[in-house]
Structures are given as C-alpha cells and as structure tokens.
Design a protein around this ligand. Structure first.
Ligand SMILES: C[S@@+](CC[C@H](N)C(=O)[O-])C[C@H]1O[C@@H](n2cnc3c(N)ncnc32)[C@H](O)[C@@H]1O
Length: 228
C-alpha cells in the first residue's frame, strides 16, 4: 500500500506525454502508476541513490523493457545519457520531480542550461514559495499550481513549462499558487483554514509580527467572493 496515493495520483493526473522521466523516483511509484494506467510507453526512472533505484527496479519489473534506470544527479544524468543520439521518440517530453525540497529542485532545473527539457511536473516537499519565485525569474510559465491534501499532509504540485517571456505572478500567486487563488478546491480551503487556525493559536499566546502578517494575507484569500 502506498502511503501517499492521492499525491501520486494527482501528480500522474498532470502527465500527458507518453515518454517521461521521473527524477528521484525512489520506489518508482509515479512511473508504475503511469504504466498501469497505460498513459506512458517509456520511462526514465532516475535516482541519485542506487539503493533507492533498486526499489524502483523491483516495482517496475513488469515494465523493465520500457524503462531506463539511471543512477545519478538530477537532470545531469539524463543529459549525459546521449540524448542527442536518441530516436526523438525516446526523448522524455515531461520531467517529473516530486518529493524533493524546492532548493534541490531549483539546483536540478538549473543543470539544464541549454533548456533541453520544456515541460515539468514539480512537487516540492518544502519551500514552495522559493520555487515559484525561481520559476518566474527563469522564464518558466506556471501552467497549474494546485494544492492536494493527502491524509494530514498538504502537497503543492506545479506544472511548469519553458516560455520566451517572463510570467508575472502576483504576491498572492507567489505565496499560495496561482490556480489555488483563481479556482480554489476544497483541499485548498482546508489548507487556508488549517493555516489560519495555526496562526490564531500562536497569536493567542503571544504577538508575533510575521504570524500577524501571514494571517492578514490568509484573510485576503476569497472563495467565491466570500472570505472563508
Ligand atoms: C522522498 S523521495 C521521493 C520519491 C518519489 N519521487 C515520490 O515523489 O514519491 C526522494 C528521492 O529523491 C532522490 N534524490 C534526491 N536528490 C536527488 C537528485 N539530485 N537527483 C536524483 N535523485 C535525487 C532520493 O534519493 C530519494 O530517493
């Protein structure tokens, strides 16, 4: 049983290419689901740890002829894999980087200095605001930015693509995610209420300026014209 199935399902829901690369695949749950659902023909399953990759090798054994396992750092391992000599059908069209901190994701994205890869599904484990700012500064367009609640945890999933222009994000987009602000889901409403509650509990005990500011911003979020 996968602990965070809803998170995995949500990530897979944003995959529309038949050849993908899952960077930091660990158990290989993302490509496993994509193969099972018949959404992909070929996957690159990569990890910096060979031990982690072994778990993916087991979970993806039914698809081993259609999976290339690569042990190495981020996108570098893919770029080093003679992509230029590959049949175009075997070049990954979507890159998934999930369950890794935003700072590491930023470092991994920066490895692709020639902008070989265009489409990404990112699920930063923390520091999501930093990732949004990085994407905006580096000419990535955020296509979707949604929050998913799985058990007691909240996960941000960002679908991004390279663009010729710089996408302007509002302060609220940077803090909470553009899709969440534009079309809030029940999971996002739950998140806002959860965060408000946390702030109020702290402010009940003592006055903390940063928490007061955060609560003010949370109170600005509107759902269907009404504040929650
Ligand atoms: C918490 S797991 C997430 C697994 C999977 N992506 C998911 O979302 O369920 C993080 C994995 O990323 C791998 N990892 C961390 N930094 C990496 C890097 N720079 N390049 C490749 N893999 C990395 C770790 O070894 C680990 O297996």
């Amino acid at each position: 049983v996968i602990k965070t199935q809803k998170r995995i399902d949500a990530i897979c829901g944003f995959v529309h290419s038949t050849v993908i690369a899952d960077i930091g695949t660990d158990h290989g749950y993302v490509p496993q689901k994509l193969f099972r659902d018949g959404k992909i023909n070929f996957a690159y399953a990569t990890d910096i740890s060979d031990k982690c990759l072994d778990k993916a090798r087991v979970n993806l054994k039914d698809y081993s002829s259609r999976t290339k396992f690569l042990c190495g750092d981020g996108l570098k391992v893919l770029l080093d894999d003679n992509l230029a000599q590959k049949n175009a059908n075997l070049v990954p069209k979507q890159i998934i980087i999930a369950g890794i901190g935003a700072r590491e994701i930023k470092r991994i994205l920066a490895q692709d200095s020639d902008k070989v890869f265009k489409n990404f599904v990112l699920q930063p484990q923390k520091n999501v605001v930093e990732l949004r700012i990085f994407l905006s500064k580096n000419k990535f367009k955020i296509v979707k930015d949604v929050l998913v609640k799985d058990g007691k945890m909240f996960y941000n999933i960002i679908v991004a693509e390279r663009s010729d222009s710089t996408q302007k994000l509002s302060k609220m987009d940077k803090l909470f995610g553009k899709t969440n602000i534009a079309c809030p889901t029940q999971d996002f409403v739950d998140y806002v209420n959860f965060e408000k509650d946390k702030c109020q509990k702290i402010l009940h005990i003592k006055s903390v300026p940063s928490v007061e500011t955060k609560l003010l911003l949370l109170n600005k979020i509107e759902f269907g014209g009404k504040n929650v």
